[in-house]
Design a protein around this ligand. Structure first.
Ligand code: NCD
Length: 309
């Protein structure tokens, strides 16, 4: 067990469920309807070496709603990174300023490396195509709140090769007995190492390349964007861009309580008219990021939050 959260592989299922439960207790604080001062006097350093909207903003919202404050390194051009400072040195500097660090970095393994180095806990906000554990925590909270269980039938779809959210989510759900159905373009299939991890945990993995077929058997459809920035060249991206989309007509024969999730940003992989259906859950999912990250911050910093109404 590390002191931060580089990967969910280092924590137990009980720990994960405690975060989900604590997040639920903090719902009113996340919505600004109740107060909690758990992070008063604490500072979080947001170190983002890649673009982010939700992860950065929701950590900031979580920290501020809990009475804490945030230091942001988001304009790399005006920071010392542009002078050639190493990740090693940037982490040690942030460690000197803040009580907890959130790191997003293009290099797989960057969070493990940084968490080993830093006294302050380092939370992985996404490491290249590797993992995205805090996204998975909020994904699990969203599934739990919709279905009351995690042993769901889930279709995980889109860019399974480069998408870090699906690498973390598939691994985590296999620990809770989910039935995992993978659907992707051929060239973007799930890496073998993730499939082996899932199977080692006792979950079966099915492959249904035709998305409109796969969705009929699902309690959850988890769509993802094709990760353009991870492709070695634009030609390869152009070959798959726009080919894998969930359309409103695909929802004719689905289970009534199917939920459709997406970590966002969406490009064109979910037809916009789906937003108005009872199945769409992606904006609620994104909002859940605040309470889940609140629960995570309290847990990593060893603070029992007291909710004041
Ligand atoms: C995801 C990411 O950064 O991996 N975004 C997020 O954190 N919600 C998904 C993506 O970029 O496609």
């Amino acid at each position: 067990m590390t002191q931060g959260l580089a990967s969910l592989e280092y924590v137990t299922e009980e720990w994960i469920l405690e975060i989900v439960n604590l997040a639920e207790r903090l719902s009113a604080v996340a919505a600004g309807e109740a107060r909690c001062e758990a992070m008063r006097g604490r500072l979080l350093a947001n170190l983002f070496f890649e673009a982010s909207t939700r992860t950065r903003m929701s950590f900031e919202a979580a920290m501020k709603r809990l009475g804490g404050d945030v230091l942001n390194l988001n304009d790399l051009k005006s920071s010392s990174v542009s002078k050639g400072e190493s990740l090693h040195d940037t982490i040690l500097v942030a460690d000197g300023y803040a009580d907890v660090i959130v790191l997003r970095h293009p290099m797989e393994g960057a969070a493990v490396f940084s968490d080993d180095l830093s006294n302050a806990p380092v939370i992985n906000g996404g490491d290249g195509s590797g993992r995205h554990p805090t996204q998975t925590l909020l994904d699990l909270a969203t599934i739990q709140s919709a279905h009351g269980r995690l042993d769901v039938d889930i279709v995980i779809a889109g860019d399974l090769r480069y998408g870090r959210t699906v690498h973390s989510l598939a691994r985590a759900l296999s620990r809770f007995g989910a039935r995992i159905i993978l659907s992707s373009p051929n060239s973007l299939s799930m890496p073998d190492e993730v499939i082996i991890d899932i199977q080692n945990r006792g979950s079966s993995v099915e492959h249904v390349p035709e998305l409109s077929e796969a969705v009929k058997e699902a309690d959850v459809v988890y769509m993802t964007r094709i990760q353009r920035e991870r492709f070695p060249d634009d030609d390869e991206y152009d070959r798959v861009a726009g080919t894998f989309r969930l359309m409103a007509k695909d929802l004719d024969d689905v289970r009534p309580d199917l939920i459709i999730m997406h970590p966002l940003p969406r490009v064109d992989e979910i037809e916009q008219s789906i937003d108005a259906t009872r199945h769409a859950r992606y904006f609620e999912q994104s909002a859940n990021g605040v309470k889940v990250r609140m629960a995570l911050l309290c847990t990593l910093l060893g603070i029992e939050p007291e909710v004041l109404t």
